[in-house]
Design a protein around this ligand. Structure first.
Ligand code: APR
Length: 317
């Protein structure tokens, strides 16, 4: 069987890390597109030259021509501008909506059957712009945010409990950003829900609240430290988990920005919910019952996403 083809639109910090992970995991061949094709080509060559050391054969190429992404099985989009200190993800709308509209045209023309993962921020609005502009089926277009947010949440919980990250599961809903909704009652250590762990004296509610707040601000904490640019290792790893589930038909249950058609009382919006990703793209949306507090937080988050979409509509129609 021929190797899969993965197109990375944007060869910056996340794009380069994605290509490296694709090689290490032998997921397929890579074409990296960027407005600076030299950067894409240089990174492609550099990563391919690590193949003999690490034992992978993925072919990698950089390009500035959309025709080279033709026939891609998966497209991962990071094109655009990252956050700088003092900027919110929302400040990026005006810069990135136009970029995503261009990318949508390129993908629609050259690989309309691909499974597309959007990472560019503000995520929930950019994945919406991509789907509207490309016209690709909504089950084949998802946004990467929840896997990253829940990974951050899992790490902080594991550190608090002094247990392996592998044994911590986390559940987050809503938009990517300050209004995301971590559901502690569905977040567990080896199946024991966090509220039970509070009762068992493993931690306190105050500490859990602080972890929730740190998770919601997880990206901002890194932007402040880096001083130029934003997080890229964990975002790349998160998108790769989604791509792998699609390519290998693993049917993993992952929190992603998905197109809602009435689930959770929301219609025609991309927002973070748990979904099953398999060979059919988004094969199922997992809809749980929310209590009043959770529902209020989720609705607030959806309101914030809607505002960003309205702002994007004004920019790219
Ligand atoms: N078409 C293709 N590539 C573009 C375009 C465009 N119209 N505009 C910018 N780019 C490229 C840049 O040249 C750069 O190489 O996108 C790349 C972005 O890379 P970085 O600036 O390193 O940003 P990165 O950290 O990878 O984040 C990308 O993901 O998490 C989000 O907020 C983050 O929106 C940002 C995106």
């Amino acid at each position: 069987m021929a190797r899969k083809k993965i197109a990375l639109i944007g060869a910056g910090n996340i794009g380069g890390t994605l290509a490296h992970l694709i090689g290490l995991k032998e997921l397929g061949d890579v074409v990296m597109f960027d407005v600076f094709p030299g950067v894409a080509g240089g990174k492609a060559l550099d990563i391919m030259q690590s193949g003999p050391v690490d034992g992978f054969d993925s072919a990698m190429a950089g390009t500035g021509d959309y025709a080279d992404i033709a026939g891609s099985d998966v497209v991962i989009i990071t094109a655009g501008f990252p956050r700088m200190p003092g900027m919110s993800r929302d400040d990026l709308v005006s810069k990135n909506a136009g970029v995503i509209a261009q990318v949508a045209e390129g993908v629609k023309t050259h690989c309309p059957n691909a499974f597309v993962i959007v990472i560019t921020n503000p995520l929930d609005a950019m994945v919406w712009v991509f789907q509207q502009k490309s016209g690709l089926p909504a089950n084949k277009v998802v946004g990467m945010a929840g896997v990253l947010d829940s990974s951050r949440f899992r790490l902080f919980l594991a550190q608090e409990f002094n247990v392996s990250v592998e044994d911590v599961t986390a559940f987050v809903l809503g938009g990517h950003g300050d209004t995301m909704v971590p559901l502690t009652r569905y977040s567990t250590v080896a199946g024991i829900p966090v509220p039970d762990l509070v009762k068992m004296g493993w931690t306190t509610q105050e500490k859990v609240d602080a972890i929730v707040a740190r998770t919601a601000n997880g990206g901002g904490e890194i932007v402040k430290l880096l001083e130029k640019g934003s997080a890229f290792y964990a975002p790349a790893a998160s998108a790769i988990a989604m791509a792998e589930s699609y390519l290998k038909d693993k049917k993993r249950v992952l929190p992603c920005a998905a197109w809602l058609t009435g689930q959770y009382g929301v219609k025609n919006l991309y927002v973070g919910v748990p979904v099953v990703i398999g060979a059919g793209g988004v094969e199922r949306i997992v809809e749980i019952e929310l209590n009043a507090t959770e529902k209020a937080a989720f609705d607030k988050s959806c309101g914030a996403v809607q505002e960003l979409i309205d702002a994007s509509k004004k920019l790219v129609g």
